[in-house]
Design a binder for this molecule. Structure first.
Ligand code: C2E
Ligand code: MG
Ligand code: MG
Ligand code: MG
Length: 279
């Protein structure tokens, strides 16, 4: 039965599949080349603001691929591929090195980088990160690593070992896209992170009937009860921003406040901050 259906599928999609496989091979070849050449991979930085003073407190490094023919490719379209073809570790160290170098002069700002679940399962991950921080003289206390729940589904506990080693050195951790996975609350119980990033799907519905305000209120309450900070992702409207402030969310991030921008723009934002807020 199933076999017949499979054959049918191939009859319909076969030609199309060949096309897709060819495109994927090309993308794979180009990504390997981009990693060697380096100048096609660029990082944009999205500011994070405190809810209370509406001050910039940090930036999140977000990777983009400037493909010579295809233009700017977003990370969701190539991070998975980098994982599959075994180069995510190289991508991760490139991002960390470049982001720390850019953020080094941005004194007082935190730097968040996203780590893939595969990186977190590498027994050498913590050592590699600390070596990079040491080499660049980047204070571990300024770095926050964002992981998702998928990183924590890891039988031999390697991810947790990495988290423990890095936290002992002063690096902080955030649980990204919180609320989109399963058993979130259960995992929080034993999880050693410093912050929760409330997924933007919760923030989206704010101010509309059937919005998720009760859920977000509960998440923030739970986080604070456990001594964790909260950041809301994906704030696009004033209403969403006000609701999150009212609910006691600590930090805010979203297109309303700023889109991810090149490092030069962050430097400008900091210059302006320096000249307008004098104490
Ligand atoms: P993320 O870590 O959850 O990052 C937030 C994503 O939401 C970013 O998309 C950001 O541009 C977008 N965003 C921020 N504010 C808003 C808003 O107000 N509205 C909307 N609609 N979107 C907003 P981006 O840059 O395309 O990144 C997508 C995902 O790719 C990231 O999700 C992260 O999981 C992954 N990623 C990005 N850079 C890296 C990296 O260097 N390494 C790894 N492993 N993953 C990365
Ligand atoms: Mg993130
Ligand atoms: Mg997120
Ligand atoms: Mg995400």
């Amino acid at each position: 039965h199933a076999k017949g259906a499979g054959r049918n599928c191939y009859a319909i999609f076969g030609a199309h599949m060949d096309e897709l496989i060819k495109m994927r091979r090309e993308l794979e070849r180009d990504l390997r080349a981009a990693l060697e050449a380096k100048d096609q991979l660029e990082i944009h930085y999205q500011p994070v603001y405190s809810a209370l003073g509406r001050q910039i407190t940090g930036v999140e490094a977000l990777l983009r691929w400037r493909h010579p023919l295809k233009g700017l490719i977003p990370p969701d379209m190539f991070i998975g591929l980098a994982e599959e073809i075994g180069i995510i570790e190289k991508v991760g160290s490139l991002v960390l090195k470049e982001a720390c170098t850019a953020a080094l002069p941005w004194e007082g700002l935190g730097l968040s980088v996203n780590a893939s679940a595969l990186e977190m399962r590498n027994p050498n991950y913590a050592r590699n990160v600390l070596a990079i921080l040491d080499e660049l003289k980047f204070k571990p206390e300024r770095l926050e690593i964002e992981i998702t729940e998928t990183a924590l589904v890891d039988e031999d506990g390697q991810c947790e070992k990495n988290i423990r080693a890095l936290r002992a050195a002063g690096v902080r951790f955030a649980l990204d896209d919180f609320g989109t996975g399963f058993s979130s609350f259960g995992r929080l119980q034993r999880l050693e992170v410093d912050r929760i990033k409330i997924d933007r799907s919760f923030v989206n519905g704010f101010g509309t009937p059937g919005g998720n305000e009760e859920i977000v209120q509960a998440i923030i309450g739970l986080a604070h009860a456990k001594g964790l900070k909260t950041t809301a992702e994906g704030i696009e409207t004033i209403e969403q921003q006000e609701a999150l402030c009212r609910l006691g969310c600590d930090d805010l991030q979203g297109f309303l406040l700023s889109r991810p921008v090149p490092s030069q723009v962050i430097a400008k934002i900091l210059q302006q901050r320096g000249s307008t807020i004098e104490t």
